[in-house]
Every structure is written in C-alpha cells, then in structure tokens.
Design a protein. Structure first.
Length: 108
C-alpha cells in the first residue's frame, strides 16, 4: 500500500522490519494491535470532522500509517493462500463498486 511510495532500499528495509516485528510479537498480537489502531484512526477521524486543524490531520495520517504498517505485517506473514484470498475479495469489492457507479450514472 504505502510501500509503492518508497525507494527500493526503503522498501527492502520496510519489508524486513515488518517480518522481524511480526515474528517477535506474533500474528495474534499484531491482529489485536490492528484493532486498537483502527479504533484510534476512527477517533482521529471523528476529531478531525469536529474541527479541522493541521495537528488533527497529522494525527489522522499517523494513525493511518500505523494501520498500513500492521496490515503489511499481517499480510506479509501469511502464506500465498490467505494473501491471494484477500486479493480475490478486494477485486470483487472493487468490481461491485464500479457496478454501483455504473448503475448510478446510467440508471439514475
């Protein structure tokens, strides 16, 4: 997700660091941490909606980055089966949303 914005060296560091982190803490702990970070992101989003400030925008970006890192760890730790399954689900969801857009545009 965010790795596409990294240089080759940064990506290698990021990938290896994520592998080390999830190896140390384990899948279950990181999935739990992901839930916590999603809750923090939701709170940051709500706070930004109430009052838009640069500090709150930065906090939202920080929380989103936390989510991205954890998702990268969890997906990277999975074997090809679960990763491929998630990719298939994502592709179905994108196609479904495009169908909805098409229906809105062409049918009212």
């Amino acid at each position: 997700m965010i790795a596409k914005f990294m240089s080759r060296d940064e990506r290698a560091f990021f990938d290896e660091s994520c592998r080390q982190i999830i190896k140390h803490y384990g899948d279950e702990d990181q999935v739990e941490k992901l839930g916590e970070e999603c809750a923090e992101f939701t709170r940051a989003l709500f706070r930004l909606h109430v009052k838009d400030t640069s500090e709150r925008r930065e906090n939202l970006a920080e929380e989103f980055a936390d989510i991205c890192v954890l998702v990268h760890q969890i997906i990277g730790a999975a074997d090809k089966g679960p990763g491929r399954h998630l990719a298939e689900i994502a592709l179905r969801k994108v196609a479904r949303q495009l169908d909805r857009i098409d229906a809105e545009v062409n049918h009212g």
